[in-house]
Structure formats: C-alpha cells, structure tokens
Design a protein around this ligand. Structure first.
Ligand code: UDP
Ligand code: MG
Length: 314
C-alpha cells in the first residue's frame, strides 16, 4: 500500500530559510519511500516568503501553499495546514529547521508500528537564550500542574498525527488554540521520540515575548479553571481575615478610644493591597471573558487569500 504523508510547515517572514527547508524536507521524504506532500502555510509574511514558495510550487506539484490574508499566528497556521492536508499521516514541523526533518522517518516508523500520535520531545535546546529555556521549562511544568489533561512537558508542535487524529481535531474549532494541548486532550495512542532542538537555520525568532505570553495564557485558560478558583480561594481567605481584623478595630475604638492612632499608613496600606488584589482578580476574569467573547462571535479561524497546487484552488 502506498502511503501519503503530509508535512505541514508554517512560515512567517522566513525568506531566509524557505529554500533550505524545502531542500532538507524533500531529501528526507524521498528517503522514506512514501509519497508525500508539503503544505506550506504562509502566515501573512511581509517579506518574500510567498513569492519563494510560489516558485517552488511552479516546479514541484507535491508542494502546496495556503496563503493567508494576514498574520493569524502560528497555532492557526498549523491548524489550516492540517485542515488542507490529505495524507494518512500528517507531520507538523517548524519552518526554521529547529525541528530536524531527519526525525520524520523515525516518527513514521513509530506510526507504522501502531501509534496515532508521535510527538518530538526536546532533550536539549541549542542557540536559545537562557531566558527562553528557563521560561519554557517552567511553563510546561506549571501547565502540567494546572490541568487535568496530560500534556507532555518539553514538547512543541513538532509531531506526527494519524489521519483519524487530524479528523478529530477538525471538530475542535476553538479560537484561542493551544494545539499541542488539544492533541493530548483528544487521547489516542501517543508516544514520544526525543531529539535535540537545533539552532535556527537563519533569521530570528517570530515569537517575541508578547506572542509567547499569549500562547502561555491560551494554554492555561483553555485547559484549566484553576486561576478562577484561585480568585475565589484568595477572596474567601482575605475576607475572613478582614472580618477578624474588623472586630479587633471595633473593639479598640469602642473600649480603648485613647489608643487609636492617626491612620494614614494603615489606611493606605490596606487600600493599596486590596485594590491590587481586586484588579488582579478582575484581570484573570477578563482573560476568560475575552476568550468567551472570541468564541461567541464564531468568526472563521483564518482567511485564505490564495492556494496553490491544491485541488480546490481558488
Ligand atoms: N510562525 C508563524 N506565525 C507566527 C509566528 C511564527 O507561522 O505568527 C512560524 C514560524 O515561521 C516558524 C514557526 O512558526 O516556522 C515557529 O516560530 P519560531 O521559530 O519563530 O519560534 P521559536 O522556535 O523561536 O519558538
Ligand atoms: Mg524556531
């Protein structure tokens, strides 16, 4: 039986790596002996990425392109790539060669031996700042404790999924997506292969701190209510404490009026502390409410400007 394997590659301002990524991917895929297609998703790049991929599409029919109307973000880009790929197995890989394509044959072997999801687990990261390594490691562990879903640590979106996992994922149309978590949530038979995360081949990260924070918050909010629970726990504790202190203050005022001091510092301290806590709790609620708002609008996840080498070319 001939197997078709789809490789989904999100690309955002990656003109420096497109050709090399294409070269490495074809080289590896040729060796696997499977038929393959490469689905590039151009996530609203402002540089030459789209033109370069278009050139490749002219030469090679196995290369497909989904061209977004603007930047929708990495998680949405890989979702679109999975939506449009037609293989029996689908590999999602970063476009900057940080995830080694040479691991794909290993993933395919595991898949053939009966696993539905084979995810790449990073045992080390090269060429990344201490800050990124530290925050990433801390976040994965934090997320694991926050949720009941078993989301593997140190695992990005580099993975192979079976067609049936992909079809199941198509039914999950959450907007603020944390795809690797959703795939864990789906279940199925999952396993890991370990790898060393390489340095970026060229260019620089397209995940500035702001996007990293957004992804982290999406991960936490879509899989856990614990921050909300925390708000009510802290609220309960503080109001109990305040009540006890209130009684003390009243007793002082009524029975020992001469001990009451001018209260500038105490009043300010109490007011600043409580206002801070209140605003923090409002902020946590806001994160959830904003996401509820995104959901109820039911906008499409992404808008495609153009496709190449796909049957349903528009
Ligand atoms: N990416 C994307 N849209 C974005 C940001 C990133 O499609 O808004 C792509 C990017 O081109 C790359 C992958 O997502 O192929 C991972 O991004 P990056 O390498 O910048 O992240 P890092 O490895 O630094 O975490
Ligand atoms: Mg990268």
């Amino acid at each position: 039986m001939d197997i078709l394997c789809s490789v989904v590659v999100p690309m955002y301002n990656e003109e420096a790596v497109v050709s090399e990524t294409y070269r490495r991917l074809t080289e590896v895929m040729e060796k696997t002996g499977c038929s393959y297609e490469i689905v590039f998703v151009n996530d609203g790049s402002r540089d030459n990425t789209a033109a370069l991929i278009n050139e490749i599409c002219d030469r090679d029919e196995r290369v497909k392109l989904l061209d977004f109307s603007r930047n929708f973000g990495h998680q949405i880009a890989i979702t679109a790539g999975m939506d449009y790929s037609s293989g029996q197995c689908i590999v999602v890989i970063d476009g900057d060669l940080q995830d080694p394509p040479e691991l794909i044959p290993v993933m395919i072997e595991k898949w053939k031996s009966g696993f539905d999801v084979v995810y790449g687990k990073r045992i080390s990261r090269r060429g990344e700042t201490f800050f990124k390594k530290f925050t990433a490691a801390a976040f994965y562990r934090f997320l694991r404790n926050m949720t009941d879903v078993n989301i593997p640590v140190d695992t990005g979106d580099f993975r192979l999924i079976d067609r049936k996992v992909c079809d199941a994922l198509k039914r999950v149309r959450e907007r603020n997506r944390y795809v690797r978590g959703l795939i864990s949530w789906l279940g199925f038979k999952q396993t890991a292969v370990e790898f060393e995360r390489e340095e970026r081949f060229a260019g620089e990260t397209k995940y500035p701190l702001k996007k990293m924070l957004k992804l982290a918050l999406d991960g936490i909010t879509t899989f856990s209510y614990k921050p909300l629970k925390l708000a009510s726990y802290i609220g309960t504790l503080i109001s109990l404490g305040s009540f006890v202190y209130l009684i003390y203050v009243l007793v002082q005022r009524i029975f020992f009026p001469e001990t009451v001091q001018p209260g500038w510092a105490s009043i300010l301290a109490v007011s600043l502390f409580f206002n801070g806590i209140t605003l923090l709790m409002l902020g946590i609620m806001g994160e959830y409410i904003g996401r509820i708002y995104d959901e109820v609008k039911e906008r499409p996840l992404y808008i495609i400007k153009e496709t190449r080498n796909l049957n349903e070319d528009k």
